[in-house]
Write a protein that binds this ligand. Structure first.
Ligand SMILES: C[S@@+](CC[C@H](N)C(=O)[O-])C[C@H]1O[C@@H](n2cnc3c(N)ncnc32)[C@H](O)[C@@H]1O
Length: 378
């Protein structure tokens, strides 16, 4: 783990550095407290200087809001087509994350925060980061707020009507807040032969995240569901959720991997929907760089299907509305993988951002359709 250094009360100090987005440790760090003005903090952060917060915790949050407003005021207004709008939007988000990420807090060796009015973040940090490193640890306040938010979601859970239960996402694991795709998997007709004979009672859920779709498949009667993911956090989260949901006896969580060994009567995959580079671990459920997971799924599918089986690809067409992939390209990928489309079930997303006209990606989100593609070997 790398370190940061700063001078405080004429003493040089250091702490370990942690960043989920793999941001290198800032080279220049100054100590800041409640007296610092948003304009100064914004200027320093924009110039690459990190501010190590020593004031009141709530004031640090206020400062972050004020800095965010300043950054957003000066963000360029996209004027091109959808792909250009998306590119500029991501660039602006990246810039904002970098600048805001320079407001730092110091976690003590037991993950406590020695700041006035600070919440107890020890459990949230232990859940997100693992056992404390036994040395002070510097993190950005934005990252810490994400860790705190994740603890609340993990505790409260997300309601999944298709399961009649709550699913509890862990830090950095894709959360099923958009229920429309879960309903598709819960309601689509099963391939006629998926439920009969050895192997046909087996389903795979690739990239299981919280384990939500694996649990849906178990509830739909599959005797054995193998759920995989590339993320160790997701694997741990899925194990916990299937246990809570009472389907651990039928759901085997395996990986890190995309495909497990063998063949199944149904193979479900909900890859990240946008072919672009994620900037943090948290974004890995949303962005699939170079469509790597999508092509990995399509190209490996035929070799993992029982005769008569189906692969269900869950994919929204947002990438098409953003000008990042055409429908023709998607169909060509399916064909090149030796697959054919048996059918498609479409639904409209219900998430609130679809109605947010201030969102630069509003047009794409408003037009978005989520589909369950029923794929079979050609
Ligand atoms: C969009 S999320 C879907 C999660 C869950 N299936 C759901 O529907 O809520 C995509 C998941 O795929 C996982 N993933 C990404 N690339 C992967 C790969 N190459 N192999 C396996 N899993 C991958 C991510 O960690 C993430 O959990």
């Amino acid at each position: 783990m790398s370190t940061i250094h700063w001078t405080e009360a004429r003493t040089t100090r250091s702490a370990l550095w942690r960043s989920e987005s793999a941001t290198p440790p800032p080279a220049r760090v100054v100590v800041a407290d409640d007296r610092v003005k948003a304009a100064t903090a914004h200027r320093l952060a924009r110039e690459g200087t990190a501010l190590l917060w020593r004031g009141d915790f709530h004031n640090a949050r206020q400062l972050l809001h004020a800095m965010r407003r300043r950054i957003d005021r000066t963000a360029p207004r996209p004027a091109g087509g959808p792909a250009e709008t998306f590119r500029l939007h991501r660039r602006a988000r990246g810039h904002r994350a970098r600048v805001l990420g320079r407001l730092l807090v110091l976690l003590e060796a037991d993950y406590s925060l020695a700041l006035r009015r600070a919440p107890d973040v020890r459990r949230a940090c232990a859940e997100a980061y693992g056992p404390p490193p036994r040395e002070p640890l510097a993190v950005s306040l934005t990252e810490l707020l994400g860790v705190i938010g994740a603890r609340q979601w993990r505790e409260k859970g997300v309601d999944v009507p298709a399961l009649g239960a709550r699913v509890h996402p862990h830090y950095g694991v894709f959360s099923p807040v958009r229920g429309e795709y879960v309903d598709l998997v819960a309601q689509a007709p099963l391939p006629p032969r998926a439920g009969h004979g050895a192997g046909r009672r087996t389903a795979f859920d690739l990239g299981t995240g919280t384990g939500v779709l694996a649990a849906v498949l178990a509830r739909r009667g599959f005797e054995r569901v193998v759920a995989t993911d590339i993320s160790p956090r997701a694997l741990c989260c899925a194990r916990e959720n299937v246990r809570r949901l009472g389907v651990a006896g039928r759901v085997e969580v395996a990986g890190p991997a995309l495909f497990p060994e063998g063949r199944a009567g149904l193979v479900v995959c909900n890859p990240p929907w946008i072919p672009a580079r994620p900037t943090s671990a948290v974004e890995r459920g949303v962005y699939d760089p170079g469509s790597g997971m999508l092509t990995g799924f399509l190209n490996g599918l035929a070799a993992h299907l029982q005769p008569g089986a189906e692969g269900w690809l869950i994919l929204s067409d947002i990438a098409e509305h953003l000008g990042l992939r055409t429908r023709r390209e998607l169909l060509a990928m399916i064909e090149a993988a030796g697959l054919r489309v048996r059918g498609r079930i479409d639904t409209r997303p219900r998430h609130p951002r679809a109605g947010d006209t201030a969102d630069p990606l509003h047009a794409a989100r408003a037009a978005e359709v989520t589909s369950l593609w029923r794929l079979a070997t050609a």
